[in-house]
Write a protein that binds this ligand. Structure first.
Ligand code: PCA
Length: 206
């Protein structure tokens, strides 16, 4: 089995992105028969979704977990819904800011994640890692990549379980922020990713 893990490059004022660091840390690890493939996505209105679609074709994974940073969120957010809407708060890394537009004119309003988010959430809680099921991945690149991923899987009728996980900022980001923001250690985020992958592998074997 093969699981594709993606992280995002830094964006906005930030010079690190925990999603990239978590994916880097775990992709070398062995999960019995499961191969973990990692990729870094650009925070770019066109290249972000396009890179992921190309990876789906090239890698033919059994599952995809896309990770991103959600500054201000205190818990690991297991996203339930990808919505067909873009309303960027800030420009992407190419300086483009898209506001109040659907991602695709002829696509459904939303897709549900097909990762086992309930059991992943329970498994996090058992290890005392703060996690939550979230109803919105926002209206920026993370949601756009998530929606494009679910749309591609639906249109191509692929048998791939997929979803999106938002990670809190790291302590060093909180320490250097002018605003008061919650944070979680990189070690805990890595442990959370490992726990969620284990749950995913179990569900792929069922
Ligand atoms: N977080 C942004 C985009 C890239 C990332 O890591 C988001 O939540 O949309």
């Amino acid at each position: 089995m093969k699981i594709l893990l993606t992280g995002f490059e830094p964006f906005g004022e930030k010079d690190i992105n925990p999603s990239q660091m978590v994916v880097d840390a775990i992709s070398g690890q062995k999960y019995s028969e499961t191969e973990l493939v990692k990729a870094l996505l650009p925070v770019h209105h066109n290249l972000g979704p396009k890179t992921l679609n190309t990876l789906l074709k090239e890698q033919e994974p059994d599952a995809v977990i896309a990770f991103g940073l959600a500054t201000g969120r205190p818990k690991i957010s297991l996203e339930r819904l990808a919505i067909n809407w873009m309303d960027y708060r800030i420009a992407d890394n190419a300086g483009i800011k898209i506001n109040n537009q659907p991602i695709f004119m002829d696509a459904p309003a939303a897709y549900f994640a097909t990762l086992p988010i309930e059991s992943m959430h329970e498994a996090l809680a058992k290890e005392n890692i703060p996690g939550e099921i979230s109803l919105s991945a926002g209206t920026y690149l993370c949601n756009q990549v998530f929606f494009t991923l679910m749309h591609e899987i639906s249109v191509q009728k692929l048998r791939i379980k997929a979803g999106f996980i938002h990670l809190p900022a790291l302590p060093e980001q909180a320490a250097n922020s002018e605003k008061v923001i919650p944070s979680m250690s990189l070690d805990m985020e890595i442990m959370a990713a490992q726990i969620m992958i284990t749950q995913l592998i179990q569900s792929l074997q069922e």
